[in-house]
Design a protein around this ligand. Sequence first.
Ligand SMILES: *Cc1c(COP(=O)(O)O)cnc(C)c1O
Length: 370
Amino acid sequence: MEDRDLDPATLTVHAGRGGSQPGDPMNVPVTFASAYRAEGAVSYAREGNPSWTAFEDAVGVLEGGSALAFASGMGAISAVLEGLPVGAAVVCPRDSYLGTRRYLAEAEERGRLRARLVDIADTEATLTACDGSALLWVESPTNPLLAIADLPALCQGAHQLGIPVVVDNTFATPLLQRPLDADADVVVHSVTKFLSGHSDVVLGVAVTRDPARLAGLAARRSLIGAIPGPMETYLALRGLRTLDVRMERAQANAGELARRLEAHPAVHLVRYPGLPDDPGHTRAAKQMRGFGAVLSLEVAGGRAAADAVCSAVRVMMSATSLGGVETTIERRGRWAGEEAIPESLLRISVGCESVEDLWNDLARALETTQ
Ligand SMILES: *Cc1c(COP(=O)(O)O)cnc(C)c1O
């Protein structure tokens, strides 16, 4: 059976297993080596490692392209952006991941790049900003406002202007959306989040179908030196094996919490594309296989009340980051650079706990604010 005939749930379990000969191990072993004996395909370990390859094979199959692992999500993101010429303009969502915006702001200060920040849900405004730019950077859903970009329309419009499109697919994962199928040129992930799934790894990946882009990114990975550790790629692949079951549970939990939160008197607004009245709902229902496991809410009592909720939760963990089996809650506005985010906004990365335990915990924490 060819890989393409298999369901993604099966691929998460079976892709990247290495050899198929009698006696081969079921998992590609972790290879700790800085150099290999001469005359082989790879001589120095900044160029390649069998543990990276196993992970890259699996992500490549899931996204429908060829993957390169990086030391972190930011390693993958900066390798893509470093490929742009000096002075190039990058169109980027105003509410994209903070690190991506910080990278662009810092590059702009040095005259290296220029950032054009847009509302990525507004296709027309985004494509207008693309005119004269060198790259369209898309995140969908965005972190943390959960805005949904029209991926096929943006890819088509940008390509008409001769501009490549990169999609940060961290929130959706390849199980919910495959941007390369919508004609995106590159997909990046913070593997740190859902793909590895256990909050014990920092890792990134970039995926493309274009051999020239792939070669360019591989060369840059080696030159910048943002290479993953073999143990990290092993752990990430081990985590990836359960991506489908984790997403199924976490996403169901997120949907249930979002519905209940909408009716809670201490909540001003819930942002979750799975809610029928969410501004991104129709688009997400059309282009995604599910609505994901991250939701945001604005607490009616404002900033202090939102902080109080984070202090009061006992099952949910008050912590940054997302995509783990455990639920994390954070007031995003506490970070410098997130001033555009409503002060009372809490981002919740919903995990795999019992939904009733999560609800009881959150409802009790919200009641402390009333
Ligand atoms: C966390 C995150 C990143 C950065 O990834 P790191 O692994 O922390 O370097 C990039 N994009 C999104 C959407 C993220 O949530």
